[in-house]
Design a protein around this ligand. Structure first.
Ligand SMILES: [Zn+2]
Length: 284
């Protein structure tokens, strides 16, 4: 099994499809402009890496997986609190390649409306410098800082992936967070990426399996650089995690009405959404 108890618990709360009522059909016909059915919309918040294959090490030796899990749990909770009751926290186990296959299979089985994969960034080894923290030697690089967002052009829902990625980038920007532009630089070598939305900080990374092999809009967020000594501390702070979680939730709220769920609503439509969704932004 690939999911921890948290996932199982949430899945058990997942909607049992209700019979469609005439009122539901009528409200759908009259649904103009489209509204966000939060109770039907499913987000999978994917925790990058696994406890066994933990990803990067931070400037103070902490595991990327632990940062990913902490932030993803916060995002999951905030989405649930906002009424997105079908949100699932996807926690995968096992070694790197096997876990990637399991992750993709699980995401496709859950068939969400959106997948957001949470990671924290590092640098290529050649950029590392040495320092000591609490008497132990560690590698660090203060050269880059900031988040970055990735999509794959090979994802079957490429346009929707980009739309959510741009919404997320703009929500982070509105909260004063700046993306890192360094992936455009030649110095990144084979990790150099094409910036597809220079305002929101969205890059193309076609080969990422979690983006290209999943069959729903899929976006990967590198929430910041844990190899940067100052940013590591920032990323550990609950206040900063709350800021990112709020940006994700607002982006989901704007994205949601654009993708009307194909499944029957989990609850009768007598209960209106918690608050009206904002209008979609003008197309750039
Ligand atoms: Zn990672």
């Amino acid at each position: 099994m690939t999911l921890l108890v948290a996932v199982a618990a949430q899945l058990s709360q997942a909607a049992v499809p209700a019979a469609r009522s005439a009122a539901a059909d009528a409200s759908e016909k009259n649904a103009d402009p489209p509204v966000c059915d939060r109770a039907a919309f499913r987000v999978v918040v994917d925790v990058g890496h696994t406890a066994e294959a933990y990803g990067a090490r931070s400037a103070r030796g902490a595991f990327e997986y632990d940062f990913n899990l902490r932030l993803a749990k916060r995002i999951d909770q905030q989405l649930l609190d906002a009424g997105f009751n079908r949100t699932v926290l996807l926690v995968t186990e096992g070694r790197a390649q096997i876990s990637l296959s399991k992750r993709v299979a699980q995401a496709n089985r859950l068939s969400p409306d959106l997948l957001l994969s949470i990671h924290h960034d590092s640098v290529p080894d050649r950029f590392l410098e040495k320092w000591e923290y609490e008497g132990e030697p560690f590698g660090f690089s203060d050269r880059f800082r900031g988040h970055s967002i990735f999509i794959s052009n090979d994802n079957p829902a490429r346009a929707a992936s980009l739309r959510f990625a741009s919404l997320l980038g703009n929500q982070l920007k509105a909260r004063g967070l700046q993306y890192t532009p360094h992936y455009t630089q030649a110095i990144m070598g084979k990790r150099q990426r094409i910036l597809v939305d220079a305002q929101a900080g969205v890059y193309r990374y076609d080969q990422l399996r979690v983006l290209r092999e999943t069959r729903m809009p899929a976006v990967l967020l590198e929430a910041g650089s844990i190899i940067n000594r100052d940013e590591e501390l920032l990323l550990k702070s609950p206040e900063h995690q709350a800021l990112i979680s709020a940006a994700v939730t607002d982006a989901v709220e704007i994205f949601c009405p654009k993708r009307p769920p194909s499944k029957p609503p989990s609850k009768p439509p007598s209960k209106p959404p918690a608050k009206p969704s904002p209008k979609p932004p003008a197309k750039r």
